[in-house]
Design a protein. Structure first.
Length: 148
């Protein structure tokens, strides 16, 4: 797994230190992938509160006999989008298999297992099976099917 570092830049001093660090990493390794986030993230108190809220809400829903099928109504017609498939179908299976929330942190072998699990479920329950896209010479091959 790639090495990962995190920096918080909130002053001219930390900005200069980060620049020095990146320059040295480049000289040492000759390959870097950099991600960044702007703005502040939630506080520890907010994070803890979110977890307590979710736990309390889950307890109440369970006590009322409202399982996920009852809460996420199957009779509500909401069209799927790329994002809703990712968030509501792919990621729950990913979390169960790979124990990862972010799709960028999942290894390639887990991607295969996640796909096969989701595809098998949709095939058995709904008769829907979509092949995994394969990249060939800069074109994505989808067995002649249009997924645009």
């Amino acid at each position: 797994m790639p090495e990962s570092n995190s920096w918080r830049i909130d002053s001219e001093h930390t900005l200069k230190k980060f620049q020095q660090f990146i320059e040295q990493e480049w000289r040492d390794k000759h390959y870097l992938t950099i991600k960044w986030h702007s703005g502040r993230t939630r506080s520890s108190l907010q994070n803890n509160s979110l977890h307590v809220y979710c736990r309390m809400l889950a307890k109440e829903l369970n006590a009322a006999g409202l399982d996920m099928r009852a809460v996420i109504k199957q009779d509500v017609a909401i069209d799927w989008s790329e994002e809703t498939v990712k968030e509501n179908l792919w990621k729950p299976i990913q979390k169960a298999i790979a124990k990862e929330s972010s799709t960028s942190n999942v290894n390639t072998k887990d991607y295969v297992t996640i796909y096969e699990t989701l595809n098998r479920h949709l095939s058995e329950k709904f008769g829907i099976s979509v092949p995994w896209p394969v990249k060939v010479n800069s074109d994505v091959q989808t067995n002649g099917r249009d997924f645009t």
